[in-house]
Structure formats: structure tokens, C-alpha cells
Design a protein around this ligand. Structure first.
Ligand SMILES: Cc1cc2nc3c(=O)[nH]c(=O)nc-3n(C[C@H](O)[C@H](O)[C@H](O)COP(=O)(O)O)c2cc1C
Length: 768
């Protein structure tokens, strides 16, 4: 009886222990361990001698542990840089070990080739593994791992091997035909053989390793793998060299097979065994000159393919099967390239494209037009960069505004998927609102649009100051006019309406049905997508005299009549520094009248939900009296909010101490026009805080304003916002949306995604 009791107690303890272990494992697989490790969890219990957990052995390896932790920190902080460095290191080690085993002189060109191949593939590979770790997470841990392994083998391995062998061939001077031949002969065999090792490696790293250590682990295995292949290579070379002469192809099989056969001993059994075939196929370069077998100084291996059993059987395979395989490979390569290039997270969008545009287009305006045209064309082909739902937002496009999305914010009754906007001027004629939404913005402001078309100022009128990531522009509100913009926005709406089925089930919706909200309450009529707002900015024509207020009002009313049906928010621009006299309209009395007229006209918009009205004010009119005048006009006119900031005419405090400008940059900085860029951020932040206080104080302190509990006026912030931290700061200071322009010019099309990611990380750290 006592024995039975003791056994049961011991068993119960075992089960308890196993349960805890399982829970811990589940936690580390289902939530990606990278994410959990990023956020240090607070201790739930005060540690006492009895509840201090013992450290795992790998956490007690002194300098090794510290080095691994430092690596993990670097990986979290600068994943791309760390990734490239890791790859370079791994490929360097592989190459040195490979070359030292060849028994020949060291050849630096081989090393360079290996480093180039490694560095190019590092970031796409990293993205692939991040994506894989975030995908296919089912309840069953086994199923998750199995799916990841299979997906990796089916998709990644063929693509990577194609790239690897293709690049090896190309970089060693092979022609396209030879490269193709090498790919078709090496990739199928190497893919088959990789099944003997890499599934186990992949499964192990996904099961037990946090994301940040996976590249190192994979890399160590890769070095071992390549060293092994080199060892096989040396055996093959040794056998051939011993014969002391070039051999005809059929004879080649013998020494090579003899050398390889030694590796087929039972001791070498296991995953490595099959790799001998891949070696023979994979590491040999091909001769351009026919059947003669010669040594290749670069690679120290025969130039003709050896007739190993697998390669010969591959060549005997029916050509249709091979074609299918090749087509499949090509499709996979194309698919991965497409996936990478169209993702806003891809590093090329941040590091390559903006720099390329600067090099190719010395004139910043040309670069602007080229960027806009490219986005437009790519969007029409479905090849545009986009923020994929998996990148950030918790759910599908826009629907992530619901519970669980920490960035969701409610503005004008719409729950926005995120509070980041794209500021006016980037899409002056509403040519690319949809591609801009696809970049992940919660708000897109198109315009400024004038009633009649106008050229703006003479060129050149946009100047770069890369040392401070800044711009000076004096476009002067170049616009194709309200009619042209209205036609474009109307066509956009109609195109969408046609694709939707109406109440009867077919034939599409009418324009008016869409305008009256047939898309659903959560789909604003301007943006035409859930959780997003489209702002349309309007301004007076240059030739309209700012002292003639009636004429100014007429300009604005015309724009409202044309554009209001297609806008969620109309923005009145009285802050551009490049239209003479425009900023004078910020004085309280004229501003109140102008805004009042716009509000009245907007209320007449022929649709169910009327557009809101905001006014965009300058950062330079910032003394208390001027700001109070704006606040008074805002409250008395009934506009719904203020966009705080624009470019600045001031040139003080824009260049930090220690930053040196080239002569060209100094000249650019002194050009007439408005400056924009990160240097403006502190001013924007202070201005937002002051406007927030003044707007709130006015509503509380002025009896009779609106009604008993007037809704708070909404603030959007613009000016120098380029990081998640800055966005959070302006939001905490009282803004509902943080808008970006110059940040996109220097940071590329992934800027919005990056800012949101940084915000999420900051918020997660705060919560923990
Ligand atoms: C080239 C360029 C053109 C702009 N055009 C407009 C415009 O038409 N209307 C407007 O209100 N603001 C315009 N802006 C100002 C931006 O919308 C934004 O408010 C300003 O650049 C500050 O933000 P940033 O530092 O993020 O660029 C323009 C800015 C730039 C750089």
C-alpha cells in the first residue's frame, strides 16, 4: 500500500513537471520567441531563496553567454546589419575552410565571390525565416514544425540553391546558357540531398532556438556542410590528380566514385551520405569547350560534369518532367522576388531606392515625378510596394482597427487602423491615393488643389539637403485644378462601384449608392477602405488677390463643390509659404469667414455622411496672439480640427552642431521656400502641445461655444516626424494623427511601416 502511494505521488509530480514543461514550450513556439524576448517580462514574484529559478546551463557559460546575448541584442536592434555581418562571417569561414582543403594556393577572388553571394542573400533569407516563424503556428506544435519544414524545403531550398549555383556560375564567367545548364543539373539533385540534413536543422531551430540565434545556428551548420562538401571535393581532386592526366568523361566516374565511396562507409551514414551526389553535381564548374576534362584554376575541380549515378539519371529523365521542374523553379524564384520587392519591409525600399533616385535624378522634382509615376504604374500592374497584414496590423487591411490593435485611434467617428498619415504635397493631383494607402498609412492627404490649374513657381523649385535629411521647396501650389482632381477621384469611386454587386446581386453599385454609404458604415466614402481617411486639401489660386476675401472664398467654395463628394476631410491650406499673401489669411477675422464658408458648403455635399473640415496652419505664426486668433476662428467657424505645421521659412537651428553641409547643401538651405525635415520636430511638438491647450481652454472658457459639451477639436501633426518615438510624442502631446512627408523621401516607401513597428515596440515595452 505504502509503495503504491509513493509511486502515485512520484507519478503525479512527474505529470506536473511535464505539464509545466509543455506549457513553457507551447509559449515559446506559438508566440514567436523573438517577440517575447524583446519585451522583458516583469517579475511576478519577489525572488526569495526558494523561488529564484535556476539558470539553464547555456545561461551560465560566462563570456560565451554574454557574447550570445550581445549578438541577440544586436540582432534585435539592427537586424539587417547584423544579418549581413553574420552572413559575411559564415561565407568567409566556409570559403577559407573550403580553400584550405583544396590543397592549392589561396585564391582571393573565390572569397570575394562567396562574400558577394552571401551578402546579397542575407536579408531576403532573414525575411523569409521571420515570415516562416510568424506563419503556420497551429495548436499542434508538431504540425506547426512539420509545416514550416515542408514549406521551407519546397519553397526556400530550390530558390536559394538556384540563386547560389546560378551566381557561382555567373561570377566565375559562365555564359547564360552554361549557367542555366549548371542550374538544371545541380539544383534538383542538391534539393533532394538537402532533405537529408536541413529538415532536421530547420525543425531544431524552430523548436528550440529564439529567432535571433537561428542565423548563427544555421550558419554553423552551413559552414560544416560546406566543409564536408569541400572534403568530398578534395577526395575527388586527389583521385584525379593521382592519374596525372586529363580524363575522358566516362572514366571520370571511376576515381570520383572511388573517392566518394569511402565516404559511403557505415560510419558516414546518415544525412551526409547522400550529399556526395550533390557534391559531384554541385561543386563542379562546367567546361565551355566540350568533352575534354581539365583542371580549372579557380575552382580546382574538373570542368565537366562527372557522371555520378544521380546526375546521369537526372539527365535521362524525360524532358517534360525537367521542363516542369524548371518552370516550377522559375515560378518560385519569381514568386519570392515578387514577395520581397513588393513588401514595404524590404530593405531595398529604405536603403537602395531613395539613394538611387537621388543619383539618377539630380533634380529633386524629377525624382518626385519619377517616384509618383513608378508607384502609379506598379500599382496598376499589382507590383507596388505594400504593407502586408502580417507586417503589423492585427488583422486584414483596415479591419485591424478593432480590439487588439494598439495603434487604433478614433478620428471623426472612424476607427483608424493606425494614426500615421501622409502629408499634403506628395500626391498633389490625387494620382496615387491607393498606392499611398497600400504603404500602410491611416490617413492620406492629397493636394493642395487650386480651383483653376496653375503652374506654380519656375523650376528648379525643390532642393535636397541630405546631410540633415531635409528639403527646401517653393513649388507654389502647382495644381491641375479642381475639375481634373474631381474627375480622377470620381473615376476611382466609379471603378470600385462597378466591381461591387448591388442589392439585386449584380450589375455593380451606382456612384450615388457608394456616396450614400453602400460600402458599409465602417468604410469612409473618401478613402473607400475601412479604417482609413482621405483628406483633400484645397487652396486659392495664386492670381486671386488675398485681400479680396470674397474672391478667396469663391475659390474655396468652388473646390468644395467639386471635391467634397470624394473626401472624408477637406483641408483648407492657409499656411503654404510659397503663395504670396496666403499666410495673411490666418488672421482671426478673415480666417473665421473663410472657414465658415467652407463648412457651410461642405454641409451641402450631396451624400449621407458629410465631409469634415480642417485647417492647416503654419509653424511660423507661433506667437500667442496669432495662435489664439486661429483658435478663435476654428471655434467660431465650426471646423472640426487643425493640421498643425507645414514647411518653415525660418532657417535657424536646423543644422545641428557638428553636422557639416557641402557648398551645394548650404546653397540649397538658403534657397527661398519652405524647409522640411527632422530638424523641425521639436517645434512641431511644442506647437501641438500649445494648440491642444489653447483649443481645449477656449471651449471650456467661452460660454456658448457650440453646445454644452462640444466635441474636442482634432489635431493632426506635421513637421519633422520620422520615427515611431516622435510619432508617439506628438500623439501624447494631443494630436490624433502624425503625418509624414520628407521622412518618406529619405526613408523610402517602407517608412510608414517602420514608424508603426517602432511605435508598437515602444508601446509593448511600456506595457510590460
Ligand atoms: C515638396 C513638398 C511639397 C509640399 N506641398 C505641400 C502642399 O501642396 N500643401 C501643403 O499643405 N503642404 C505641402 N508640403 C508640406 C508637407 O505637407 C508637410 O507639412 C511639411 O513638409 C512638414 O512635414 P515633413 O517634415 O514630414 O516633411 C509640401 C512639402 C514638400 C517637401
Amino acid at each position: 500500500m505504502a509503495v503504491c502511494f509513493t509511486c502515485r505521488t512520484a507519478l503525479r509530480r512527474q505529470i506536473e513537471g511535464l505539464r509545466k514543461l509543455r506549457q513553457r514550450r507551447l509559449h515559446s513556439t506559438n508566440k514567436d520567441s523573438a517577440r517575447t524576448s524583446r519585451v522583458e517580462r516583469p517579475q511576478e514574484q519577489i525572488p526569495t531563496p526558494n523561488n529564484v529559478p535556476t539558470l539553464n546551463f547555456w545561461q551560465r557559460l560566462g563570456p560565451l553567454t554574454r557574447a550570445a546575448q550581445a549578438y541577440a541584442r544586436a540582432q534585435r536592434k539592427r537586424p539587417y546589419v547584423t544579418q549581413v555581418c553574420t552572413s559575411l562571417f559564415i561565407y568567409l569561414c566556409s570559403d577559407i575552410s573550403a580553400q584550405s582543403m583544396g590543397g592549392r594556393d589561396y585564391d582571393p577572388t573565390r572569397t570575394l565571390r562567396a562574400l558577394l553571394i552571401g551578402s546579397i542573400s542575407s536579408i531576403p533569407s532573414y525575411h523569409w525565416f521571420v515570415w516562416l516563424s510568424e506563419s503556420f503556428n497551429y495548436r499542434s506544435r508538431l504540425l506547426s514544425l512539420a509545416t514550416k519544414v515542408v514549406v521551407n524545403q519546397v519553397c526556400f531550398t530550390p530558390v536559394f540553391n538556384t540563386y547560389f549555383f546560378g551566381m557561382q556560375a555567373l561570377l566565375s564567367g559562365a555564359t547564360l546558357a552554361e549557367t542555366w545548364e549548371r542550374i538544371t543539373k545541380t539544383v534538383p539533385v542538391s534539393c533532394l540531398n538537402s532533405c537529408k540534413l536541413w529538415p532536421a536543422v530547420t525543425a531544431f531551430s524552430f523548436a528550440f532556438l529564439p529567432l535571433e540565434y537561428r542565423p548563427v545556428f544555421g550558419g554553423v551548420i552551413a559552414v560544416g556542410w560546406q566543409t564536408y562538401l569541400s572534403y568530398l571535393n578534395r577526395l575527388a581532386e586527389g583521385s584525379i590528380a593521382a592519374r596525372g592526366e586529363a580524363l575522358e568523361e566516362p572514366e571520370m566516374a571511376k576515381p570520383l566514385s572511388a573517392g566518394l565511396a569511402r565516404l559511403s562507409s557505415p560510419k558516414m551514414a546518415g544525412p551526409y551520405l547522400g550529399a556526395r551526389r550533390s557534391l559531384a553535381a554541385a561543386l563542379r564548374p562546367f567546361s565551355r569547350s566540350g568533352s575534354q576534362l581539365r583542371f580549372n584554376n579557380n575552382n580546382h575541380v574538373p570542368r565537366r560534369p562527372a557522371s555520378t549515378s544521380s546526375s546521369s539519371s537526372a539527365s535521362r529523365a524525360p524532358s517534360t518532367a525537367r521542363n516542369v521542374l524548371v518552370a516550377g523553379l522559375l515560378a518560385t524564384v519569381g514568386g519570392v522576388a515578387y514577395y520581397y520587392a513588393t513588401d514595404t519591409r524590404a530593405s531595398i525600399h529604405q536603403w537602395l531606392v531613395p539613394r538611387l533616385l537621388r543619383v539618377i535624378f539630380p533634380d529633386a522634382e524629377d525624382a518626385h515625378h519619377a517616384g509618383t509615376a513608378a508607384l502609379k504604374t506598379l500599382y496598376s500592374l499589382g507590383l507596388h510596394p505594400r504593407e502586408r497584414p502580417s507586417a503589423l496590423e492585427d488583422g486584414t487591411d483596415g479591419a485591424g482597427a478593432g480590439g487588439g490593435n494598439p495603434l487604433a485611434v478614433t478620428v471623426f467617428g472612424t476607427t483608424l487602423a493606425n494614426p500615421i498619415g501622409i502629408s499634403a504635397g506628395l500626391d498633389k493631383d490625387a494620382e496615387i491615393p491607393d498606392p499611398l494607402f497600400a504603404l500602410g498609412a491611416g490617413v492620406v492627404e492629397v493636394g493642395g488643389c487650386t480651383p483653376l490649374p496653375q503652374e506654380g513657381n519656375p523650376r528648379p523649385r525643390v532642393f535636397r539637403i541630405p546631410a540633415v535629411d531635409g528639403l527646401v521647396n517653393r513649388y507654389g501650389l502647382n495644381s491641375r485644378g479642381a475639375d481634373a482632381m474631381a474627375a480622377r477621384l470620381r473615376e476611382r469611386l466609379r471603378t470600385l462601384a462597378r466591381t461591387l454587386s448591388g442589392g439585386g446581386g449584380g450589375g455593380g453599385l451606382t456612384e450615388q449608392e457608394v456616396l450614400d454609404g453602400a460600402l458599409g458604415e465602417d468604410v469612409p466614402v473618401g478613402s473607400l477602405r475601412p479604417g482609413r481617411l482621405l483628406c483633400v486639401q484645397i487652396a486659392k489660386n495664386k492670381k486671386t488677390d488675398e485681400r479680396d476675401l470674397d474672391a478667396v472664398i469663391r475659390d474655396h467654395v468652388y473646390c468644395v463643390q467639386r471635391l467634397a463628394p470624394y473626401a472624408d476631410v477637406l483641408v483648407v491650406n492657409v499656411s503654404s509659404p510659397n503663395t504670396p499673401g496666403l499666410r495673411d489669411l490666418q488672421a482671426a477675422e478673415p480666417l473665421a469667414r473663410l472657414l465658415g464658408a467652407v463648412v457651410d458648403e461642405a454641409k451641402k455635399t450631396p451624400r449621407k455622411v458629410k465631409p469634415r473640415v480642417m485647417v492647416k496652419v503654419s509653424p511660423d505664426e507661433d506667437d500667442d496672439t496669432q495662435m489664439e486668433g486661429v483658435v478663435r476662428a476654428v471655434w467660431t467657424s465650426g471646423v472640426d480640427g487643425v493640421i498643425v505645421g507645414n514647411t518653415t521659412k525660418r532657417r535657424t537651428g536646423l543644422v545641428k552642431e557638428g553636422v557639416r553641409l557641402t557648398a551645394k547643401e548650404q546653397k540649397a538651405l538658403l534657397e527661398e521656400g519652405g524647409f522640411s525635415g527632422p530638424a523641425m520636430f521639436e517645434r512641431t511638438l511644442s506647437l501641438v502641445g500649445r494648440y491642444r491647450k489653447m483649443l481645449d481652454r477656449y471651449s471650456l472658457g467661452t460660454p456658448g461655444v457650440d453646445d454644452a459639451f462640444p466635441p474636442q477639436k482634432v489635431i493632426f501633426a506635421t513637421g519633422g516626424i520620422t520615427t515611431g518615438e516622435q510619432a508617439l510624442k506628438v500623439l501624447n502631446a494631443g494630436a490624433s494623427v502624425a503625418m509624414v512627408y520628407t521622412g518618406l523621401v529619405y526613408g523610402g516607401s517602407g517608412t510608414i511601416t517602420r514608424i508603426k513597428k517602432e511605435m508598437k515596440e515602444k508601446l509593448a515595452i511600456k506595457e510590460s
